[in-house]
Ligand binder design. Structure first.
Ligand code: SAH
Length: 254
């Protein structure tokens, strides 16, 4: 898996860049909690956090539930960091990071009460992920994901092209809610993430990191290209943010 590519860049290089940051995608503790408020908390004993990265949202779930949590990511470096944080917080008895694929889950059918996934489901596909993950949830269990979504019906060609290359399945919230329903969940709630989840929590911390990463990899063309791509992502957001963003989708298994 180490040499897999995401948007033309080496998976391991992208993760080396992002793992030093607190978050690897747009989000915030407040929005994680808002999503959690739609879930029946006392019923939670087993949670899986898929594509957990270094675990920003995992720690919020650990703080606000009593459940045991398995946090899974393909990138071992992120899991190591997550498990150090788990040890620091003395949560080893109920929180564990494991290396694995969200497309090949190591759980039993109906084992989980809640599947969480922030900024990661596009790696398997929104519809495909929701359909595949469903069997691991007990009846009445929940799924909660953030996913890139169009906020408007029509978009400038520049941003349409960017997202068609990055996440060809990107769609409107209305259509995604319908896909969730068809995949066998009652759509319980959906809401959009505020801009600060992108600007303050995702793009701003990358500014210094880009400089540092360029220095660490001086003369490497692949890294220069990747850093231009990351900068462009931030510039495009500034110009076109009324057209897209992340939405949280919370569903309950029927
Ligand atoms: N949830 C974190 C990380 C989001 S970035 C946050 O919001 O901060 C997306 C993560 O998905 C990365 O850590 C990447 O390594 C992971 N990932 C990509 N493809 C994956 C797959 N097939 N299975 C599991 N994790 C995957």
């Amino acid at each position: 898996m180490e040499d897999a590519r995401v948007q033309g860049f080496e998976f391991s290089l992208i993760n080396e860049y992002f793992t030093e940051l607190e978050r690897q995608g747009p989000g915030s503790a407040e929005e994680t909690l808002r999503a959690l408020s739609f879930v029946d908390l006392p019923s939670l004993t087993r949670i899986a956090d898929l594509g957990c990265g270094t675990g920003a949202q995992t720690m919020v779930l650990a703080q606000y539930t009593d459940a045991s949590i398995t946090a899974l990511d393909l990138y071992a470096g992120s899991i190591d960091k997550l498990n150090s944080e788990v040890a620091k917080r003395c949560l080893q008895n109920r929180v564990k990071g494991i290396v694995g694929s969200m497309g090949e889950l190591p759980f039993e059918d109906e084992e989980l009460d809640l599947i969480w996934s922030e900024g990661a489901i596009s790696n398997i596909g929104f519809e495909k992920g929701l359909r595949y993950w469903r069997r691991f949830l007990r009846k009445g269990g929940y799924v909660a994901v953030t996913y890139e979504s169009w906020f408007t019906e029509e978009r400038p060609a520049e941003i349409e092209k960017w997202w068609m290359d990055a996440v060809p399945e990107i769609s409107t919230i209305a259509r995604n809610v319908s896909l969730m329903q068809k995949a066998g969940y009652v759509p319980v709630a959906t809401f959009t993430l505020p801009e600060s989840c992108w600007t303050d929590n995702y793009f701003a911390p990358q500014e210094a990191r880009r400089e540092e990463f360029l220095q660490q990899h001086a003369g490497e063309k692949a890294v220069e290209d990747m850093m231009s791509f990351m900068k462009r992502e931030a510039d495009l957001y500034e110009r076109h943010k009324e057209h897209y963003g992340y939405a949280f989708y919370i569903g309950k298994k029927l």
